[in-house]
Design a protein around this ligand. Structure first.
Ligand SMILES: *Cc1c(COP(=O)(O)O)cnc(C)c1O
Length: 230
């Protein structure tokens, strides 16, 4: 049964988080598991919620909007973790509690304006580019504190902290150590912006070792995704 599969995946991920915390001498209570449910049916999200998961992540607006509206009665925090175009902001602000991919001033302005219009308070993480590939999104580390200031000053938004995806082909521990430095620079100016969203199925241990507070896990929880066609 699907529920048993998901329960087993969840137990395994929780065990990996516990071990990573032990190795890093951290309290597992500091880590929030975000179940990344992209490409999965709403029913999987419902099962996760029944199993006690409270945070879910999606990366494509169309799919996320449908699920979030269908499951609006569940006690879930919705995280938008994908690259965000300004023409999707209106839709995303309608359901997302936290947007992990804020990486440019234009987007800050657009999300703020829409949050005010809809009367919502939207959490924003500044996505940090840990390599030089602009195609994957993220602000350059040097630009992050300035963007964080803009989020903190914008109406309708609260600054959560930072997010990153480890670059391909580099030791994720080294990359996440750079992310932690950026996070600390932000926290010096904004002490409550303590979120560090880092770590996926393949690198959660390195992320936890480097201060992650939120890990975004899809495959290890729900199984491998079919590659989707765009
Ligand atoms: C898909 C995705 C994840 C989850 O990746 P897995 O390797 O399946 O755990 C995490 N973060 C982002 C931004 C994603 O797009």
């Amino acid at each position: 049964m699907r529920r048993d599969e998901i329960a087993a995946g969840l137990a395994e991920v929780q065990e990996r988080i516990a071990q990573a915390c032990e190795a890093a001498r951290r309290d597992p209570g500091e880590i929030t598991l975000i179940a990344v449910t992209k490409t999965r049916p709403a029913e999987d999200v419902r099962i996760l919620a029944e199993l006690g998961v409270r945070d879910v992540g999606e990366n494509r607006d169309q799919e996320a909007a449908a699920k979030a509206h269908e499951l609006a009665e569940l006690p879930l925090t919705w995280h938008f973790v994908g690259q965000l175009q300004t023409n999707k902001v209106r839709s995303v602000v309608g359901y997302a509690d936290v947007i992990h991919s804020v990486d440019r001033a234009r987007l800050v302005e657009a999300v703020s304006k829409e949050a005010v219009r809809q009367g919502r308070a939207v959490g924003c993480l500044i996505q940090v580019a840990l390599d030089d590939d602009p195609g994957r999104g993220g602000a350059l580390p040097a630009d992050v504190p300035g963007l964080a200031d803009e989020v903190a000053a914008a109406e309708g938004l609260w600054l959560g902290g930072v997010m990153a995806v480890a670059p391909l082909g580099e030791d994720p521990g080294k990359a996440f150590a750079r992310l932690r430095d950026v996070a600390l620079a932000v926290q010096e100016r904004h002490p409550r912006a303590t979120m560090i969203s880092a770590g996926m199925s393949g690198d959660l241990t390195e992320a936890v070792a480097n201060g992650a507070t939120h890990v975004r896990i899809g495959t290890a929880l729900l199984g491998r995704r079919k590659p989707f066609v765009r």
